[in-house]
Design a protein around this ligand. Sequence first.
Ligand code: ADE
Length: 418
Amino acid sequence: MGSDIHDLSLAPQGWNRIRWADGEMPVLRAIRERFARERPLAGVRVAACLHVTTETANLMRTLRDGGAAVALCASNPLSTQDDVAAALVAEWHLPVFARRGEDRDTYYRHIHQALDTHPHLTMDDGADLVSTIHNARQELLPEVIGGSEETTTGVLRLRSMARSGVLRYPIVAVNDALTKHLFDNRYGTGQSTLDGLMRATNLLLAGRTVTVAGYGNCGRGLAMRARGMGAQVIVTEVDPVRALEAHMDGYRVLPMLEAARVSDVLITVTGDTSVIRREHFEVMKDRAIVANAGHFDVEIDLAALADLVEERQPVRPHVEECRLRDGRRIYLLAEGRLLNLAAAEGHPAAVMDMSFANQALTVEYLVRRGRELRPDVYPVPPAIDRQVAALKLEASGITIDTLTPEQDRYLQSWQEGT
Ligand code: ADE
């Protein structure tokens, strides 16, 4: 089985960075060591469509040490770290199909190449493997046991497939594990999105007005970290409960049309389409910066922007100046693709440690139990969630209390009141 990567000579640099990330991933490492002893994935073929990063490399090693044959393709054309792709090929002879900056056709060709390995399990970040199998590669379905999904957007797509009755195999929504979305989505997206913003622009955030569109876990993390850097943060929402939460968390809550007039930076993290669109571009300040941290590049209406633009030119890596016909300039970051992985390195390894520990344990669970599940979207078993949290606490040197027998009895009873 071949590979399609950019440059094999980058492998030594990739390997060094993978080892560095491994140092921050003690939970995944403990699982890898157990997998190497027990080989619970022996004979299993896994196709993974993930951001090709140092953290993903450590997950791939873990599955491989568990006995799986793994193939990897990119889940976004701009997020691949070419040195990591090279190291996976050079060190572990993994079939990797990913080149940073690949065009749309190459992106889908790579997905097909990963699927050509006839996987028993799919591992997605955005549901592209599942949708490609269902749309174009149905001949693979008889061999597929199940799949896992890493991100909110993917889970939404898969739930929609399940609701419409078209989903043909069971999926575990890793995103929905508490030890995934409460940490990765919040602390990971919060930090890595600002990292991408600052690497791309070198902007001083203190005193700036930053709009965060969407107050899910990712938006909460991003708003929190932007405030921590001294920005005045505006939140836009469509959900009344989330809007109220943002208000009570101390943010200004505005409709996008008003936020667009006053913001220096606007970042979308909603998972929905056309969140920033023509009417918003029309009122933005000169030099407004627009970026997306949601999974797909649909949140900023790029066609509407193109329609208003007279001239566009790159001014720094990942920063494109769009000069509108009325003379205002809007700066688009990372072509509207997810900023944290395009302009920075994605979430730090310490938080991916938990997300990918959930992935590894979910694969083990699917190998054991997947054949008993009907096609649907399932939660990560709570025992896995608790195990990941306990291992992370242990690795962080944190011990916690346990209930006394009296407390345990009290919680089980209903007789005792005031
Ligand atoms: N998603 C967000 N950050 C990531 C990372 N560092 N590796 C893989 N997937 C990610």
